[in-house]
Write a protein that binds this ligand. Sequence first.
Ligand code: NAP
Ligand code: F7E
Length: 339
Amino acid sequence: MPRRTALITGVTGQDGSYLAELLLAKDYRVFGVVRQSSVFNTGRIDHLFEKVDSSRFDYVRGDLTDGSSLGRLLRLIKPDEIYHLGAQSHVQVSFEIPEYTADADGLGLVRLLEGVRELDLRPRIYNACSSEMFGSAPPPQDETSPLQPCSPYAAAKVFAYHLARVYRSGYGTWIANGILFNHESPRRGERFVTRKITRAAARIKLGLQDELVLGNLSALRDWGYAPEYVDAMWRMLQASEPGDFVIATGESHSVQEFVEATFALAGLDWRRYVRTDPAYLRPVEVDALRGDASLARRVLGWQPCVNFPELVRIMWEADLQRERILLEGTAAHAAAAVP
Ligand code: NAP
Ligand code: F7E
């Protein structure tokens, strides 16, 4: 079989970086869309540029808010599979920049799908939806649960979810909606609550930070391990028909439980270091998410292996090691600077 070509929007993000690794291991040719930034924004994929030949892995410049760039790179790359992961993905930030969030997360998919309609090829497309779309709908949530979004981010994702279904039925576009619940890893952005907690605990342990300031500790989330979730994305595009799939562990835990588990690993009493501040509360909160991924298990043969305590341990150990290296690097640098 000839080598397949995949295009990933959001390749510089948590999921994009793991997915690129997975597809390269499956012998794909992978192109990632990288947007312009005034600072380097390829930290999560730099190791791939070093290890993999540019004929197998390369980036193309583009932006979800710029339809002409998307059309150009689609014509250039002619992908067999498109993984559309690019988004302004922070829920709280979406209240501060709702118009941009709607543009990138909602209209970004319109631009991509219109670009695809002009191609001769008919690529299979993965659309990154979110459990946030369920919003205030009670758990457990599955593919039949009502969509009751509680943020501009979630509303934009609901728009994209419906748009994908319209193109699927109206134009025969091969597009799958992945409704993924929260998934985390050592590559998670530092402003999402899990990374904020594991990084802060590591820094407190090493004497680099005094406290951790959080918002709502009682929110319940269904947290899985990101490398396992990108495997589900790939499986969705190998299915005989495009569909909509919930991907989740089926277990939920509170933010406070995540704090307790992390600080226990650090050997610290969390109550001494954690305080709450209303600045981190959202105008509307999603109280409880817990997914039912039975359909994905049945149709895609997908199921998660990493459980909650393992996830916390993986993230805590990675942050402790990272902070230690930074600290030792800084100490060495300071020592070298002494005349
Ligand atoms: P992430 O780490 O925030 O990565 C988002 C990616 O999108 C980054 O590569 C970012 O580029 C890129 N991006 C943002 N705005 C863009 C624009 N205007 N044009 C082009 N690229 C743009 O997100 P993630 O956790 O990997 O999530 C991947 C996707 O799954 C997102 O669509 C997210 O909404 C969705 N999702 C995530 C979760 C989760 O728990 N992680 C759950 C459900 C759904 P920069 O690196 O330059 O910022
Ligand atoms: O918040 C609470 C916060 O920002 C989780 C994105 O990947 O998953 C993610 O969205 C919970 C919320 O993730 C802080 O109020 C308390 O209840 O880590 P988060 P999220 O909002 O669930 C979904 C599925 C996505 O699709 C999104 O793209 O934690 N919380 N204190 C806090 N959250 C943050 N960020 N910071 C705090 O200090």
